[in-house]
Ligand binder design. Sequence first.
Ligand SMILES: *Cc1c(COP(=O)(O)O)cnc(C)c1O
Length: 414
Amino acid sequence: MPQDKGLYMPVGIPRLDDEFLTHLDEYSLPEIAFHVAKNIIGDDIPGDDLKSIIYDAINFLAPVVKLEENVFVLELWHGPSLAFKDFGARFMSRVMSYFLEKGEKQLDVLVATSGDTGGAVALGFLGVPNTRVTILYPKGKVSDIQELQLTTNGQNIRAIEIDGTFDDCQALVKQAFTDAELNEKFRLTSANSINIARLIPQTFYYFNAYAQLLKQGIDKVVFSVPSGNFGNMGAGLLAWKMGLPVEHFIAATNANDTVPEYLKTGIYQPKSSVATLSNAMDVGDPSNWVRIADLFKDDLDVLKNMVTGFRYNDEETLEAIKFINDNYNYVACPHTAIAWQALRDWQQDNYKKDTAGVFLSTAHPCKFPDVFPQSIAGKIDVPEQVKELAKKDKHAVALGKDFEGFKEYLLKNE
Ligand SMILES: *Cc1c(COP(=O)(O)O)cnc(C)c1O
């Protein structure tokens, strides 16, 4: 983290060459990823090393599936933790271990999770030498599968169950980063999406989605992004700044609607987060918003031209899940359903025959079994890796939400 408590941004955002952009359909996902990453990262990681990091990290697909004319779903959950966060976490962990030379002080990754981040980060770092991951999650507020993903890893991964909310977990992590004694003792780093190394790999799938549309003769696209901390949306806008010809972005949120409100009123008013069915988006003061504001130089009018906000409550989320099931025979997780509803509402007023709407599907529905009515839950096929998890034992330390207790734990468990 920068000392001034801001967030890092690339000094310059490179524009990709037209030759690449107009022929995107000729490249595979890892080929696209390499070209994009090379342009942002330059020579800080030599080409061959960068290539092996990417081919190792992005070893699963991100298919665009057509549901009806001009309505597509971009499935981002084909990685090991079954959520889109695998893109960021797997790339970041490999970049970090690349820079960790032998004999250097162990890297201590602290991560607060509302559910999905922890699992992706844990699997990203599992067994990576010279690293240790400490996951803080709010007790009783993550789904059973998410909890298993956080607490059954062993090796260099440990989980702490905090008697509090996600905001409490995040506050503990943030305070640890500014605690002199802890920083003296440990080499601490964050794995939340404030880390720019998580954002960069998320640009890859926007380019790759466009490539898949190009193959079908479509060259105009609108993306609807289910948003919480706004890393995913930030990555999409970064891809657009790099030259990806996106017509429009839709910021879809649950009741935590700080950004849609801002886009409507021009007043940015952070709120405390409220719990919803789409728990990975329960963020009242999105960390990455400053990055998006920076991309638009804080010009609200230009921003509004490119981004429209929509918000939905839990009842509307459930209705969307049912509609998608009934009409497309497709099961969407609650976050995904919100993105679909926002796309639908946007298309009501802005439909263009030549423009594809793509909503991002951020997690596999099996991660949220309690959300679905029985008739829909029964249709979800549970991947093999989840069935395996159920056989493992949970290991988590229980702590309160006070910083002193957390600090004492860290110091006592060097
Ligand atoms: C993290 C997450 C989101 C929100 O993504 P942001 O980048 O924080 O906006 C949406 N859906 C799911 C399933 C997630 O895990």
